[in-house]
Write a protein that binds this ligand. Structure first.
Ligand code: P6P
Length: 348
């Protein structure tokens, strides 16, 4: 069954493109004058261009590393550079975006001459270390409205560091067995599957809701020894046999945040990248990984915390700051929080 058949079955035969959907839903915005719609279309266009390169990466000289390292000391891959450039180009050309922040850029980028109202933060190619093994990778984006009218770099820099609860949109593209764009503007979560034969994202997963509890946990178990006691106990608890609580859970871990979150969103369960002795603040980035994913998961009826605090309420201090990230089905996230609290109590 191709994407069109799937969509036809889902939507009672009506095929809705991303562009049509955005325009139809535009009325949900009290201040909607079309800018956010145009911004989302710009992102969708960049995603198609990146998808084309991802799909042929093994055939042209775009695989492998550039020999450079990014600001985090990670090997920069040619596809990272390509994805970053395409997104910056699409967002700059669209005119709706005044500032862009990217995992691949040390500092924020001011879009010259822009009078746009929006600030966009991107992880252009999440999971890029998996590219050469043909494992699923993704793009993540997070959108805020600028708060200040002042055009100074200082004012715009402050506008970038807003808590996740002020996002106006967030989404990801998952380049997997099919390419999907999943996003929210605060009115639920919708998924679109790219039909390469017509070059359109088609509504394939309307109003996504995450199951209240799942049976899959997703964590890099290799770091078990580095976790706090409560996390160790929780992961051991999931492996015990108890049919009444659906245990043991299955472990699924791709090692690409977008892939692991997408599966958790659709199937339920829990994704965890906790703090550890190895990474005291966790590994994932608050502004362009944790916040957008948390917004999506909450909009789908799930929960997202750092183990103690709601991710979306964290006041950011710096652009590339890291945070522990635990998200997924509400019952599962509440359960691990109880294990962490209990371990803290008994440690006192
Ligand atoms: P680890 C990919 O490099 C990434 O940034 C996320 O996409 C992913 O969730 C995480 O790192 C995987 O990290 O330490 O398990 O390899």
């Amino acid at each position: 069954m191709n994407a069109l058949d799937h969509v036809a079955l889902q939507g009672g035969g009506k095929v809705i493109t991303l562009e049509q959907f955005i325009i139809e839903r535009q009325a949900e915005f009290p201040y909607a004058t079309g800018e956010l719609s145009r911004l989302l279309r710009d992102i969708g266009l960049a995603a198609k261009i990146i998808n084309r390169e991802v799909n042929k990466a093994g055939l042209v000289d775009i695989l492998g590393i550039t020999g450079e390292q990014n600001i985090h000391g990670e090997d920069v891959r040619k596809l990272d550079v390509f994805a970053n450039r395409e997104l910056i180009r699409a967002l700059s050309r669209g005119g709706e975006c005044c500032v862009i922040a990217s995992e691949e850029e040390k500092d924020i980028l001011f879009v010259p001459g822009s009078t746009g109202k929006y600030i966009v933060l991107i992880d252009p190619l999440d999971g890029s270390s998996n590219i050469d093994a043909n494992v699923t990778i993704g793009t993540i984006f997070s959108v805020y409205r600028r708060r200040s009218q002042e055009d100074s770099p200082e004012a715009l820099r402050r506008d970038v560091l807003q808590p996740g609860n002020r996002q106006v949109a967030a989404g990801y593209v998952v380049y997997g067995s099919s390419t999907m764009l999943v996003y929210t503007t605060g009115h639920g979560v919708n998924g679109f599957t790219l039909d390469p034969s017509i070059g359109e994202f088609l509504l394939s997963h309307p109003s996504i809701q995450i199951p209240k509890r799942g049976k899959i946990y997703s964590i890099n178990q290799g770091y078990f020894r580095f976790w706090e006691a409560g996390m160790q106990r929780y992961i051991e608890y999931l492996q015990e046999e108890d049919k009444s609580t659906g245990r043991p859970y299955s472990l699924r871990y791709v090692g690409t945040l977008v892939a692991d979150v997408h599966r958790t969103l659709l199937y339920g369960g829990i994704f965890l990248y906790p703090a550890s002795r190895k990474d005291p603040r966790g590994k994932l980035r608050l502004m362009y990984e944790a916040n957008p994913m948390a917004f999506i998961i909450e909009q789908a009826g799930g929960r997202a915390t750092d183990g103690r605090r709601r991710i979306l309420d964290i006041e950011p201090e710096s652009l590339h700051e890291r945070t522990p990230l635990i998200l997924g089905s509400e019952a599962d996230v509440l359960e691990v929080e109880r294990f962490l609290q209990e371990a803290e109590r008994t440690a006192l």
